[in-house]
Write a protein that binds this ligand. Structure first.
Ligand code: HXC
Length: 280
């Protein structure tokens, strides 16, 4: 679908790139010619992912950094610049989340998620954005949010609040940093099966129901998300700025419209009911 060198000569930093969607993103960026830096909290996992993605090690840099700590993110950004000469694309993918009744949350539980998602996105955006501005060659920032950033969602209050903040940050900075040639966009994925998300958010009892909510009747496939990310940071999307692209098989829209649930009835039965209502 994409030319093999679509992002040749570009350097992409993917936070949380050692596993899950971040790993899928890093893999795809490498496939289209980019140099890729990944960070996360688990050094061993990062190193293993880096080895798997690029055994030569020529185009991958893996470095431990907890996005909650600005000092660690600063050191990471500096290391990427020293190794690859600059950062062209930042993907804020690192996230934390779990299902909990809000009245049972501790302030520290709220912090663990909000500091990773919202503060972490801000930390990486600040560290990388300042360097992009100083370099004077523009850049792309892509934030991974989720569809409940604007609907909200029960039982994931810290994540919903933080992702809403990231969406506001996306739209705000898209305007503010356009003057530096920096585009800021977001992707809102619905459910994509990854170990991190599934173990925390998709117990077996709710998986079938979650899938049934999706009009396309399946979960996402991580490479589909990665392809969208590649497109959004590529020159093909140079006029897209401040946008949030949903990739969820129609899930969030289907949860809203009053009559959307009718799509679950057999279509012939539905049409016969419509004819009856019309008096035919
Ligand atoms: C209630 C919990 C909890 C849970 C942790 N805490 N898990 N509270 N229910 N299930 C509380 C702890 O009791 C503690 O508070 C505080 O949170 C910090 O816990 P730690 O285990 O010390 O935190 P830490 O090791 O830093 O782990 C952070 C984490 C964890 C966010 C809690 O889940 C994590 O590392 N997640 C990263 C990966 C991830 O979540 N991936 C899924 C992202 S999917 P106290 O008060 O006891 O000290 C996503 C999009 C969803 O974001 C879209 C779906 C469609």
């Amino acid at each position: 679908m994409f030319q093999a060198d679509l992002l040749g000569q570009r350097t992409v930093l993917v936070t949380g790139g050692g596993s899950g969607l971040g790993r899928a993103l890093a893999k795809r960026f490498l496939e289209v010619g980019a140099r890729v830096a990944i960070c996360g909290r688990n050094e061993e996992r990062l190193a293993a992912t880096a080895r798997e993605l690029d055994p030569s090690g020529e185009r991958v840099l893996a470095r431990r950094a907890d996005v909650r700590e600005f000092g660690e993110v600063e050191a990471l950004a500096q290391a990427v610049v020293e190794r690859f000469g600059g950062i062209d694309v930042l993907v804020n993918n690192a996230a934390g989340n779990f299902l909990a009744a809000t009245e049972e949350l501790s302030p520290n539980g709220f912090n663990a998620v909000v500091q990773t998602v919202l503060h972490g996105t801000f930390h990486a955006t600040l560290a990388v954005g300042r360097r992009m501005i100083e370099r004077g060659r523009g850049g792309d920032i892509l934030n991974i949010v989720t569809t409940y950033a604007w609907t909200g969602s029960a039982f994931v209050v810290p994540s919903a609040a933080a992702k809403a903040g990231v969406l506001a940050l996306t739209r705000s900075l898209a305007v503010e940093w356009a003057a530096y040639g920096i585009r800021v966009n977001a992707i809102a994925p619905g459910p994509f099966p990854t170990e991190g998300a599934w173990s925390r958010l998709m117990p077996p009892e709710i998986e079938a129901e979650a899938r049934a909510r999706i009009p396309l009747d399946r979960f996402g496939d991580p490479p589909e998300l990665a392809n969208l990310a590649v497109f959004l940071v590529s020159d093909a999307a140079r006029f897209i700025n401040g946008e949030c692209v949903t990739i969820d098989g129609g899930e969030w829209l289907a949860s809203g419209g009053l009559f959307n649930r009718l799509t679950r009835m057999p279509r012939a039965q539905l049409k016969s009911m419509f004819r009856r209502l019309r008096g035919r």
